[in-house]
Design a protein around this ligand. Structure first.
Ligand code: PLP
Length: 901
C-alpha cells in the first residue's frame, strides 16, 4: 500500500491526520485504527507528513457531502406545481426526467426522426443544420454510406461480432491502421467503447507501468464522466456529490509550464501521468499555447511521468490534422481517440501507447466485453479510409473550411465588438465567446435580467435552434461560449447559414429585443423590435453592488417584491409593451420562473425633506401570489431569505418585505436578518396610511367615526389587528371579520383581538366600542359604515352587494380585495386610500412608483425608505404591530416629506 492509498484508507475510516511542528498527529474514532493500520502509519510516517504538507489542491480525498452551492442550481421537480413527470413522453419519464424538464422549459426539446448529411430533421419535417455533431462523433454526417457499408460487410461475410479470448484479425488490422496514421513511435492499442473508457485504460496503464498513484491534469479540462475521468475533470459541476476526485488527482493551470514544473519538482516520484487535451473542448475551446505540449512532454520525461494526450475530441481530423499533437511534433506516451472513430455509427475508442509503456500485468488484467467488437472495428476502419482517401483531402478541407469560418466569425466580432469577446479554435473545433454580461451591464429589459440569472446563453441557443434552425452547443461550465463543431464534411453553404444565424442573434441581443429572442417560447411569431417600434432603455437595470464604491452619505435600502400579475413583466421590459398578449407573456413566465432566483432591479433614490438621501433597489421574486402561497412554507421562506441575503450582500442596511413576501415570512419574523440589516414588514406605515385616509375622508364629509360601525376584513392579520386597536379608540362599533375558509381557527383569534381592543381602550381611559366577531362576511359587511380590507386573499371577493349605501371603503390589500369595477358599479361608495403615500419631491422611484403617478408608492415600501433615511430602529417592525411605533413612523414620514396619497 502506498502512503497515498493509506491516507485515503485512513480518512475513509474517519481518521483525521495533520502535521504540527513537523510531527505527524492524528485523531481516530474509537476502534477505527486496528493494529495493522497503526503499523502502516508508523511505517509511512515520513511520506504521510510530506503528503499532508502538500498544497491544498493536493488533498487526495474530496468529501462526499455536497460542496457549497455552485452557479448551477438544481430545481426540485416534485415542488413544481405545473410539471407532472407522468404526463411526459417515455424518454423524459424514464430516461431523462430532469434534463427533459430543462429541454422542455428552454425550448430545446426537439425529437429528430431523420438524419441527412449535416442536417437533422424533426417530426414536423423541419431541417436543422447540426453544428454539434455529437461533439465531433459525427464526422461524415448522419447517413454515412461508407460506414454503413462497412457494417453491412460484417453481416455479409458472416463474421462473429463477439468472440472474446480469441484472435481478432479485424481488431488487429484496425490497430495497425491507427498506429500508421498516429504520430510515429506508438506501438500498441487498447480498444474501448467510449472516450471515458480510454481515459480509464490510460490511467490504469500509467499507474501500472510507473507504480505511482498521482495523476496530474489541467484545470478546466474534460476527460469524461466515469469516476477516474471525472476525477481528472477539474470541475465542481461534474464532481460534486459523486465522491470525486478520488485519491491521487491533482491539477495545474492549462498552459502554465512553470506551475507544472514546480509541482513535478515538489513531488518527483509521485505522478504517474500528466493528462491533457491539446484543445480544451468542454470548457469553451481553449487552444494550448504554441510549444506547450512539447515542453510539457520534455518535463514529464525528466520526472518519469507519462504524457497522456486526450484526443478523444480533437483527434481524427477535427482540427485540420489527423491528430492535433502532430502539429507540435509530439508523440505522447499514450494517445487517446474515440468519438469520430466510429464514423458516427458505432461507439468505439482506442488508447494507443508506446512499447516502453507496455505492461504484461495490464494486458492480462484489463478488458471489456464489447471492446474491439468486429462491427465497431469495421466502422473504425472505414472511418480511417474516409479520412485518408485522396491523400487526406477531407482533412485538408477541414483546415480550409475552418479557416474561412474563423475569418467570417472574426468579421462578426468586428461588427459586434461589445458582444463577441473572442473567437478561438482550430479547424472545425471553434468557440465564440460572447460577452453577455454586456447586456446585463447596459440594458434594463428582460434579457438583462435573464443574463443575471445565467440563462441568456441557453436561451440564445434556443433561439438559434428554433428560429434560425441551427443546432449549436454551449459550454456548460465555463463562460458564455458557443461551441462550433459541425461534421467534418460541412460545406461553405452550411457555414454561411451559421454566420447569418449568429449575426441575427447578435443583432437581437444588441437591440434588447426580447420578443424576437424569446417569441418562440411564448408561442408568437417572431417579433421584430424595430418593426414594432419598441425601445429598450439603454441603461443598466441595477445599482452598482456594495462592492463598488458607495455614494457617500447615502443610506441604502432594498424592497422585496413579487409579480402581482403576468403583465407586471412589462414593467421590467418595455419591448414587451406591444406585440405580446398576456397569455403569451404568461407562457414565457411559466417557462422561466422555476430557474429564476430573486434578482435586483431598478435604481431608486429618495431625498428627505431634511436633506438626507437614500439609494435603493427592488429585489424581485418572479412569482405570482398564488405560486408563492402554493410553495411549501420552507421553499417560500427560503426564497424570501435568499432575497434578504442578496439585499444585504448588495449593501442594503434596510430591507422591506412587499406583498406576499411578508406573509410567507411571518411578517418578517421567520427570516434571519444578516448583521447590520434591519428587516421590516412595512406594515406600520401601511396601517398609518389607512388610518390617515379614513380619518381624512371622515373629516371631509364622510361619516362621523364616533357614530360609525367600522368593519375590519382580515382582522386576525398583523395590519388587521393594529387597525382594530386604532379604530377601537375611534369608532362606535367594530365588526371584526375573519377568514370564512378557516372559521374555527379564525373565530378564536378574532375573540383574542376583541379582548385586546377592549384592554387597549380601557388603558386609554375610554369605554370600549361594541365588538362583533364573525367570518360571515356576506351577513356582516353590509352593516358597516366604514370598511377596511387588509387580507392576503389572492383574488378579489368584496363585491358591490357587500357594501351599504354610502359606505367608505379603504382597501390596502395587494392584490386588491375589492372587485375591479366596484367603483363604477357603486358610485355611492367612497373608496379612499389604498395604502399609498406620496414620496418627497425629487424622488426617483422607478418601478416602485405607481404607473400613473410615479411619485406615489405603497406605504410598506415608503416605510423601508423612512427607516433608511432616519435610521429609526425598533422591535415592532416585524410581526405584530405596536400603535406607538405606527404613530412614530407616521410622524417621521411626514417630517421627511412623505404625505398621504
Ligand atoms: N475526453 C475528452 C477530451 C472529451 O471531449 C470527452 C467527451 O466529450 C471524453 C474524454 C469522454 O468521452 P465519452 O463521452 O465518449 O466518454
Amino acid at each position: 500500500m502506498t502512503a497515498s492509498e493509506l491516507l485515503s484508507d485512513l480518512r475513509g475510516r474517519g481518521v483525521r491526520l495533520w502535521v504540527a511542528a513537523g510531527e505527524l498527529r492524528y485523531g481516530a474514532p474509537k476502534g477505527a485504527l486496528g493494529r495493522e493500520a497503526t503499523r502502516l502509519l508508523a511505517q509511512h510516517k515520513v511520506e504521510l507528513i510530506e503528503l499532508l504538507k502538500a498544497p491544498p489542491s493536493e488533498v487526495p480525498i474530496a468529501p462526499l457531502a455536497p460542496r457549497a452551492a455552485a452557479r448551477t442550481r438544481i430545481i426540485d421537480l416534485a415542488a413544481l406545481p405545473d410539471w407532472n413527470a407522468e404526463e411526459q413522453v417515455s424518454y423524459i419519464r424514464h430516461v431523462a426526467p430532469y434534463r427533459g424538464f430543462l429541454y422542455r422549459q428552454l425550448g430545446l426539446d426537439k425529437t429528430f426522426v431523420r438524419g441527412e448529411g449535416c442536417s437533422l430533421i424533426d417530426e414536423n419535417g423541419m431541417r436543422y443544420a447540426d453544428f454539434v455533431a455529437q461533439f465531433g462523433a459525427v464526422p461524415f454526417g448522419h447517413d454515412p454510406q461508407a460506414i454503413w457499408d462497412a457494417i453491412d460487410s460484417v453481416r455479409r461475410e458472416g463474421r462473429p461480432n463477439l468472440a472474446i479470448a480469441s484472435i481478432s484479425p479485424v481488431a488487429g488490422e484496425l490497430a495497425e491502421r491507427l498506429l500508421a496514421v498516429a504520430p510515429p513511435g506508438l506501438a500498441h492499442v487498447v480498444f474501448t467503447n467510449s472516450g471515458a473508457e480510454c481515459v480509464e485504460a490510460a490511467l490504469k496503464l500509467a499507474r501500472c507501468r510507473t507504480g505511482r498513484l498521482g495523476v496530474l491534469s489541467t484545470r478546466n479540462g474534460f476527460h469524461g464522466l466515469t469516476l477516474a475521468g471525472m476525477s481528472a475533470t477539474d470541475k465542481e459541476f461534474f464532481q460534486r456529490g459523486f465522491g470525486a476526485p478520488v485519491a491521487g488527482f491533482n491539477y495545474v493551470r492549462f498552459g502554465a509550464l512553470a506551475e507544472l514544473q514546480s509541482l513535478l519538482e515538489l513531488r518527483p516520484d509521485y505522478f504517474a501521468a500528466f493528462l491533457i487535451e491539446p484543445i480544451q473542448g468542454e470548457s469553451g475551446i481553449h487552444v494550448a499555447p504554441p510549444g506547450y505540449l512539447a515542453a510539457a512532454h520534455a518535463l514529464c520525461q525528466r520526472y518519469g511521468v507519462l504524457l497522456i494526450v486526450d484526443e478523444v475530441q480533437t483527434g481524427l481530423g477535427r482540427t485540420g490534422r489527423m491528430f492535433a499533437c502532430a502539429a507540435e511534433g509530439v508523440t505522447p506516451d499514450i494517445l487517446l481517440t474515440a468519438k469520430a472513430l466510429g464514423g458516427g455509427l458505432m461507439p468505439v475508442g482506442a488508447c494507443l501507447y508506446t512499447r516502453a509503456v507496455f505492461s504484461e500485468q495490464f494486458d492480462l488484467r484489463h478488458g471489456s466485453t464489447f471492446a474491439g467488437n468486429t462491427l465497431a472495428c469495421r466502422a473504425a476502419l472505414a472511418t480511417l479510409d474516409e479520412l485518408t482517401k485522396n491523400d487526406g483531402r477531407l482533412i485538408r478541407q477541414v483546415a480550409e473550411t475552418g479557416e474561412r469560418l474563423q475569418a467570417d466569425l472574426l468579421q462578426l466580432q468586428r461588427a459586434y465588438p461589445e458582444l463577441v469577446k473572442e473567437i478561438r479554435g482550430r479547424g472545425l473545433m471553434l468557440g465564440v465567446e460572447l460577452d453577455l454580461d454586456h447586456v446585463a451591464r447596459t440594458q434594463s429589459g428582460l434579457l438583462a435580467i435573464l443574463q443575471q440569472q445565467d440563462l441568456l446563453l441557453y436561451l440564445s441557443v434556443s433561439y438559434l435552434l428554433n428560429i434560425e434552425h441551427v443546432r449549436i452547443a454551449a459550454s456548460f461550465t465555463q463562460g458564455n461560449v458557443l461551441r462550433i463543431e459541425p461534421p467534418l464534411i460541412a460545406d461553405a453553404a452550411m457555414c454561411e447559414q451559421l454566420i447569418r444565424a449568429l449575426g441575427n442573434l447578435l443583432r437581437v441581443l444588441r437591440d434588447g429585443d426580447t420578443g424576437a429572442l424569446l417569441g418562440h417560447l411564448m408561442g408568437t411569431t417572431p417579433i421584430d423590435a424595430r418593426q414594432a417600434g419598441t425601445q429598450v432603455a439603454a441603461e443598466p437595470s441595477v445599482l452598482p453592488s456594495a462592492t463598488e464604491p458607495a455614494r457617500a452619505g447615502r443610506a441604502r435600502f432594498a424592497f422585496v417584491v413579487h409579480l402581482l400579475g403576468t403583465s407586471d413583466l412589462r414593467r421590467f421590459d418595455p419591448s414587451l409593451e406591444s406585440g405580446v398578449d398576456d397569455a403569451q407573456l404568461e407562457r414565457l413566465r411559466a417557462r422561466i420562473a422555476a430557474f429564476i432566483r430573486p434578482f435586483p432591479h431598478g435604481r431608486l433614490s429618495v431625498c428627505g425633506a431634511d436633506g438626507t438621501r437614500a439609494d435603493g433597489e427592488l429585489i424581485v421574486l418572479p412569482h405570482l401570489p398564488a405560486e408563492l402561497l402554493a410553495l411549501s412554507g420552507e421553499d417560500a421562506l427560503g426564497l424570501v431569505q435568499e432575497a434578504i441575503d442578496l439585499a444585504a450582500e448588495r449593501g442594503a442596511t434596510v430591507v422591506g418585505l412587499g406583498g406576499f413576501s411578508s406573509i410567507v415570512a411571518g411578517g418578517g419574523l421567520s427570516v434571519r436578518a444578516p448583521a447590520g440589516l434591519q428587516v421590516t414588514s412595512g406594515n406600520s406605515l401601511t396601517t398609518w396610511a389607512a388610518l390617515h385616509a379614513v380619518e381624512r375622508a371622515c373629516a371631509d364629509g364622510g361619516p362621523r367615526l364616533g357614530d360609525s360601525a367600522v368593519a375590519v376584513v382580515g382582522a386576525t392579520g398583523a395590519i388587521g389587528q393594529a387597525l382594530s386597536l386604532l379604530f377601537a379608540e375611534r369608532a362606535a362599533k367594530l365588526i371584526l371579520i375573519g377568514n370564512p375558509n378557516a372559521t374555527a381557527a379564525s373565530l378564536g383569534k378574532l375573540h383574542a383581538v376583541a379582548r385586546d381592543c377592549e384592554r387597549h381602550t380601557v388603558a386609554l381611559g375610554r369605554s370600549a366600542p361594541a365588538i362583533e366577531v364573525t367570518t360571515r362576511i356576506d351577513d356582516a359587511l353590509p352593516h358597516a359604515d366604514v370598511v377596511l380590507a387588509a387580507t392576503s386573499a389572492v383574488a378579489p371577493f368584496i363585491t358591490p352587494r357587500h357594501l351599504r349605501r354610502g359606505a367608505t371603503v379603504c382597501d390596502i390589500s395587494r392584490p386588491f380585495n375589492l372587485t375591479p369595477r366596484l367603483e363604477a358599479e357603486r358610485p355611492d361608495v367612497r373608496v379612499v386610500g389604498t395604502g399609498l403615500v406620496r414620496a418627497p419631491a425629487g424622488s426617483s422611484l422607478g418601478h416602485l412608483g405607481e404607473r400613473d403617478r410615479p411619485d406615489v408608492l405603497v406605504a410598506c415600501a415608503a416605510e423601508t425608505i423612512v427607516l433608511a433615511l432616519s435610521s429609526f430602529a425598533g422591535p415592532h417592525l416585524c410581526g405584530s404591530l405596536d400603535v406607538a411605533t405606527i404613530a412614530s413612523l407616521g410622524r417621521l414620514s411626514e417630517a421627511l416629506g412623505f404625505s398621504a396619497a
